[in-house]
Design a protein around this ligand. Structure first.
Ligand code: NAP
Length: 262
């Protein structure tokens, strides 16, 4: 049904773990040349080995994507290695919690730099190559938290994720003449190493609050990213697909209880 993406180069920032790893593996199975980017080489290399074991093509690149020079060097190295950059999945992100009153400026800046400044820096570094590809695709990993919902401890995180969407809408207009689309996936609660760190109690509560009664998988997010990267999505730009098992839909706890009552 979908035209093949085989041979296209995709950069996945934060590709060594969690959602990024899922995106990297999915694009690897689609025949793309996958650049797996993280600050930790050994973790990125593990994902590269997984892609290679499945018959795909991948290479690991180290970069802190909140750093301009490192991000530019990474894009240059990917271009040298694979000859093109067709798809950028700007996915790297962190979600440390700190409530207002306790949150420091350093906490705030760290989250904004890692999640939002990195979005600009990754796009900026890849832009010449994306334009040259003639069918560039930018896929951001945003969240439901910030653009749609809130969660105590995550005011900085929510601002960074909502900020990505503000960036996306204007970028989509500016880059349309270059045939580049800019879209976002909005994950709900996805089972990842990062989420595991929040503990079993948090995870159980989250599962109970989702109409589908499970957390999302990294494949759920990767499939949406793959759609945005496809030729068939060429006319879709500036949009976020929410992938959350219906998490944002119930208007109250009562709505979920009514659903559970059947
Ligand atoms: P994760 O499992 O903790 O993985 C984060 C990835 O980002 C790792 O590969 C990490 O590798 C990399 N990373 C972190 N800071 C980086 C930096 N400065 N430069 C380069 N790479 C960096 O996280 P995740 O849960 O998959 O989250 C991935 C994205 O999905 C984030 O943008 C997050 O906001 C979003 N999201 C997640 C969920 C969820 O439920 N998990 C929900 C909504 C949105 P290194 O530490 O080695 O650099």
């Amino acid at each position: 049904m979908f035209a093949s993406l085989a041979g296209r180069t995709v950069i996945v920032t934060g590709g060594s773990k969690g959602i990024g790893r899922g995106i990297a593996l999915r694009f690897g199975r689609a025949g793309c040349k996958v650049a797996v980017v993280s600050r930790t080489l050994a973790d990125a290399e593990k994902v590269v080995a997984e892609i290679a074991a499945a018959g795909g093509t991948a290479a690991a690149f180290v970069a802190d994507v909140s750093d301009e020079a490192a991000t530019k060097a990474m894009a240059k190295a990917v271009l040298e290695r694979f000859g093109s950059i067709d798809i950028l999945c700007a996915n790297a992100g962190i979600f440390p919690a700190a409530k207002l009153g306790k949150m420091t400026l350093a906490d705030f800046d760290h989250v904004i730099h890692t999640n939002l400044r990195s979005t600009f820096l990754s796009v900026d570094a890849c832009l010449p190559a994306l334009k040259a590809s003639g069918h560039g695709r930018i896929v951001l990993t945003s969240s439901i938290t910030g653009p749609i919902t809130g969660y105590p401890g995550w005011s900085h995180y929510g601002a960074s994720k909502a900020g990505q969407l503000g960036f996306m809408r204007t970028a989509a207009i500016e880059l349309a003449p270059s045939n580049i689309t800019v879209n976002a996936v909005g994950p709900g609660n996805i089972r990842t190493e990062g989420l595991d760190g929040l503990g079993p109690e948090y995870i159980a509560k989250m599962e109970a609050s989702v109409p589908m009664k499970r957390l999302g998988t990294v494949e759920d997010i990767a499939n949406a990213a793959l759609f945005f990267a496809s030729d068939e999505a060429a006319y879709v730009t500036g949009q976020m697909i929410v992938v959350d098992g219906g998490q944002i839909l119930p208007e109250s706890l009562g709505a979920l209880e009514e659903m559970d009552a059947g």
